[in-house]
Write a protein that binds this ligand. Structure first.
Ligand SMILES: Nc1ncnc2c1ncn2[C@@H]1O[C@H](COP(=O)(O)OP(=O)(O)OP(=O)(O)O)[C@@H](O)[C@H]1O
Length: 235
């Protein structure tokens, strides 16, 4: 594990809305996550888990504090620069899969790379590699409504992993899946960490958190506890 964090949150606060409606979703949270680390983020509904993930990936900006991704502070970046950094370095897996229904599995995986200027041939090769890695090469030409929910979720993960992204943000990626398929997803994320990526995983399930190196518990927008996961756990 390298010492420099892939993502650093330094005294990060986020207030949603203003005036009497203002909601302090995160309060002065500091967190470093290194290359090779899988950190599970747990906590009750409304404790700030999704807010933390969105800030870590530059999808949202903090009210105060600083987010640093791969050594670059995000505060000074324009919206366009942030979008570029997200496409190059950050992969997202959300519970609602956001696959584009009119594109095949392979085309969905290719899309972020093509948006980043990678030529179609290379993007296709990368997509096929990413799909092959997760055992989905045979459904590459099918559309999202022609494959199962578990396969769709794995396609979404392939799309998050394609290219050289080292920071993977997964918000309840196992939410709609049965247990064996959820285990497959975790195994995949774990393998990417072991290959040097960094994963922040929001989950309500202790079963899946057991795959992490560390579990961070949020309560009312603050880190209430941070616990190393013993090696003899589920992994
Ligand atoms: N865009 C927004 N505008 C106003 N309030 C928001 C917004 N997004 C989140 N919040 C509020 O901020 C707090 C933290 O929300 P967040 O979604 O980060 O929590 P969470 O732990 O991910 O919850 P869940 O487990 O239910 O998804 C909640 O009180 C929520 O209502």
């Amino acid at each position: 594990m390298s010492f420099d964090p892939v993502v650093r949150l330094a005294d990060v606060s986020r207030v949603h809305g203003d005036g009497p409606q203002a909601v302090p979703a995160l309060r002065e949270v500091s967190l470093d996550v290194a290359a090779g680390e899988l950190v599970a983020v747990m906590g009750p509904s409304g404790s700030g888990k999704s807010t933390l993930l969105n800030l870590a990936g530059g999808l949202d900006r903090p009210t105060s504090g600083e987010v640093v991704v791969e050594g670059t502070p995000l505060s000074g970046m324009s919206a366009g620069e942030l979008a570029g950094l997200r496409r190059r370095h950050v992969g997202y897996v959300f519970q609602d899969l956001n696959l584009i229904p009119s594109l095949t599995a392979a085309e969905n995986v290719m899309l972020p790379r093509e948006l980043d200027g990678v030529r179609t041939g290379q993007a296709r090769r990368e997509a096929m590699d990413a799909l092959g890695e997760i055992g989905l090469a045979d459904v590459a030409g099918r559309f999202p409504d022609e494959i199962s929910g578990g396969q769709r979720q794995r396609v979404a993960i392939a799309r998050a992993l394609v290219g050289e992204r080292r920071l993977i943000l997964a918000d309840e990626p196992t939410g709609a899946l049965d247990t064996p398929t959820g285990d497959d997803v975790l195994q995949l994320l774990r393998a990417r960490c072991d290959a040097g990526a960094t994963v922040l995983l929001v989950t309500h399930e202790p079963r899946y958190a057991a795959w992490a190196d560390r579990v961070v518990f949020l309560r009312d927008g603050e880190i209430a506890d941070s616990t190393a996961v013993p090696l003899e756990s589920a992994r």
